[in-house]
Design a protein around this ligand. Structure first.
Ligand SMILES: Cc1cc2nc3c(=O)[nH]c(=O)nc-3n(C[C@H](O)[C@H](O)[C@H](O)COP(=O)(O)O)c2cc1C
Length: 155
């Protein structure tokens, strides 16, 4: 089965999360495509069984500005036919208080509205990935795979 992992990252933290996630999926024998949200045509996502987005949160608790077009394109797609399983990874800085790591929920909402199936709760980390967070990534990956396999067997 095939997963696409897309990130938005300025200083590398979300990219690091995406790379960790790539390794987990490859460990389970999946074909993985890794790329940047801004360089990806959202209509291509339909070719995959699982979508993982890795994002940072920006001022005011919003999605990265450069992903705005990607986000709007997601809202125009219909993922219900296949269907697509998704999960979101988030990095932020607790310094921002109530706006800490809020971008994942915004992506989750648009994907659910487009008919995709949320296969795992988000993994949210402060800044960069740390070794002790690996079990969270493992559980996230296993949950997505389980959901994708369940949907596959229903067909
Ligand atoms: C100007 C600025 C605004 C930020 N605003 C938020 C915010 O509202 N909420 C949050 O959780 N993190 C915020 N951050 C922290 C980033 O999300 C955090 O550093 C993240 O790890 C960056 O990810 P990246 O390395 O993938 O670019 C902000 C950082 C900067 C520089």
């Amino acid at each position: 089965m095939k997963a696409i992992i897309l990130y938005a990252s300025i200083t590398g933290n979300a990219k690091g999360m995406a790379r960790v996630e790539q390794q987990f999926f490859e460990h389970y024998g999946w074909d993985v495509t890794l790329g940047e949200m801004i360089q990806t045509d959202p209509s291509k996502i339909k070719d995959y069984d699982v979508l993982v987005l890795a994002t940072y949160t920006w001022t005011g608790g919003v999605i990265p500005e450069e992903t705005q077009d990607f986000y709007e394109d997601l809202s125009k797609l219909d993922f219900s036919a296949k269907p697509l399983v998704f999960g979101v990874l988030g990095t932020g800085d607790p310094y921002y208080g109530k706006d800490y790591n809020t971008a994942p929920e915004l992506f989750e909402a648009v994907l659910r509205a487009s008919g995709a199936v949320q296969g795992a709760e988000p993994v949210k980390i402060a800044l960069n990935v740390k070794q002790e967070e690996m079990p969270q990534f493992a559980a996230f990956t296993q949950s997505l795979i389980k959901q994708a396999e369940a949907l596959q067997s229903e067909k």
